[in-house]
Design a protein around this ligand. Structure first.
Ligand code: NDP
Ligand code: 2IT
Length: 452
């Protein structure tokens, strides 16, 4: 019988080895720590999982693809970016996860995202494995023609690694409907196949699912509402701070507003906007989705209720709820301290790993309900899997049906995390609950499928 402390020592050794074998990948180390540090109770209680090799296989991607992406800018100059696709784990289904185009992308960032995706996808209860990809290409300030040429070059290599039964990419930072369109077009041209299920996040008129653009933000708000319900509260009348102003942030604000909360902030890498009257979504969508502009122009056009704070972080604005929806490590110890001082009740992660480990610890110690991204933002990938199901059946569902399924999935993820945390003596700890529940499902499949 292995004790929890023996298991913990073995996991510590493994974490040291992970750092040694994957040098200069701090985000991947952080994600591995965050998961492995919570697994001791389940490995001690279920000896079959402690089998040598299971966790070691789980932290090693099944396949990693790195490639050159040459393209020409509008002046005819040749640019060279780097492309990535990390196919992390396919025990539960084809690799599934987004593509990120952002200058900060490197192998460690893609591995952290791919690793998180394994557990997130397992939590949805659907048949999807975990993967992630992207490029250090920066779409900001690029013309549509440049973005198209980049996407075509990216797909000219990526196409040989993906497919509806193999690996199904989607969007993430810097990759939305426009990019998915260009990528799909090039895939179709190269392969001469209408293979709708090879990418998700497609346009609604050509194989995309209704509600996929909204799904991550809507799902996160539903998860936050479920956490509040556990405390006998609801969203009505709560003030919320939201970071980011992209896909996830916009639909987070939309759902918060629809459910009676007041979302008072949004941000981008230039700073944030606070709007006492609540964010005007028509204006924000116009600036971000149509004009591809910056948030300071929101403050300029909105009038007296709004102001722009250059370089600041939204967490200094007093609120009942915080929904980080921009990027990793955007909410640190100082931010957590400010949120706690202002009486925050719940933090629900729309982004992937936006809260540093120290900040998570502070929030949990202070009794704040904390929803980790792999549970709280799983609505996006869940609706991607529903898009795959619709593509496979050559049908399309109404938005009401997709929304209903999304709501059921988010409630079920919340219940699973909550019950699993209780089962492992960590009541109210959604981090432990999400990690263990996701792990159990993947580990069972890996054990059944042998050493591969
Ligand atoms: P978008 O590209 O649509 O928006 C990203 C937003 O975050 C922008 O406002 C951007 O500002 C800001 N941002 C990005 N990087 C930084 C940075 N380094 N510093 C400050 N601000 C930054 O991306 P999404 O909304 O799709 O993704 C947001 C987060 O949600 C990511 O963590 C992503 O992994 C996660 N996520 C996304 C899902 C989806 O379905 N799209 C599903 C689940 C999670 P700026 O334009 O100035 O860079
Ligand atoms: O982080 C994520 O879950 C996503 N970017 C969405 C992935 C997907 O395949 O829809």
């Amino acid at each position: 019988m292995t004790t929890r402390s023996e298991t913990r020592t073995a996991l510590d050794h493994l974490l040291t080895e992970i750092e040694h074998r994957n040098p200069a990948q701090p985000e991947f180390h952080q994600a591995a720590h965050e998961v492995l540090e919570t697994l001791a109770p389940v490995l001690a209680a279920r000896p079959e999982y402690a089998e040598p090799g299971l966790v070691e296989r789980l932290v090693e991607p099944e396949r990693q693809v790195l490639f050159r992406v040459p393209w020409q800018d509008d002046q005819g100059r040749v640019r060279v970016n780097r492309g990535f696709r990390v196919e992390f784990n396919s025990a539960l289904g084809p690799y599934k996860g987004g593509l990120r185009f952002h200058p900060s992308v490197n192998l460690g960032v893609i591995k952290f995202l791919g690793f998180e995706q394994i557990f997130k996808n397992a939590l949805t209860g659907l048949g999807i494995g975990g993967g992630k990809g992207g490029s250090d290409f920066d779409p900001h300030g690029r013309s549509d023609a440049e973005v198209m040429r980049f996407c075509q070059s990216f797909m000219t290599e990526l196409y040989r690694h993906i497919g509806e039964h193999t690996d199904v990419p989607a969007g993430d930072i810097g990759v939305g409907g426009r990019e998915i369109g260009y990528l799909f077009g090039q895939y179709r041209r190269i392969t001469n196949r209408w293979e709708a299920g090879v990418l998700t996040g497609k346009g609604a008129g050509w194989g995309g699912s209704l509600i996929r653009p909204e799904a991550t933000g809507y799902g996160n708000v539903l998860f936050a509402a479920a956490m509040l319900r556990e405390r006998g509260e609801d969203l009505e009348g709560q003030t919320a701070v939201v970071s980011g102003s992209g896909n996830v942030a916009i639909y987070t604000i939309e759902k918060l507003t629809a459910l009676g909360a007041n979302a008072v902030t949004c941000s981008d890498s230039s700073g944030y906007v606070v709007d006492e009257k609540g964010i005007d979504l028509d204006l924000l969508k116009q600036i971000k989705e149509v004009e591809r502009g910056r948030v300071d122009s929101y403050a300029e056009r909105r009038g007296a209720s709004a102001r722009f704070v250059p370089g600041g972080r939204v967490w200094e604005v007093p609120a009942d709820l915080a929904l980080p929806s921009a990027t990793q490590n955007e909410l640190d110890e100082n931010d957590a301290t400010a949120l706690i001082r202002n009486g925050v009740k719940a933090v629900s992660e729309g982004a992937n790993m936006p809260t540093t480990p120290e900040a998570v610890h502070l929030l949990q110690q202070a009794g704040v309900a904390f929803g980790p991204g792999k549970a709280a933002n799983a609505g996006g990938v869940a609706v991607s899997a529903l898009e795959m199901a619709q593509n496979h059946a050559r049908t399309s569902w109404t938005s009401a049906r997709v929304e209903e399924e999304l709501a059921e999935i988010m409630t079920s993820i919340h219940t699973t995390c909550h019950e699993t945390a209780e089962r492992y003596d960590a009541p109210g700890d959604y981090v432990t609950g999400a990690n263990i529940a996701g792990f159990e499902r993947v580990a069972d499949a890996m054990l059944a499928q042998g050493v591969i």
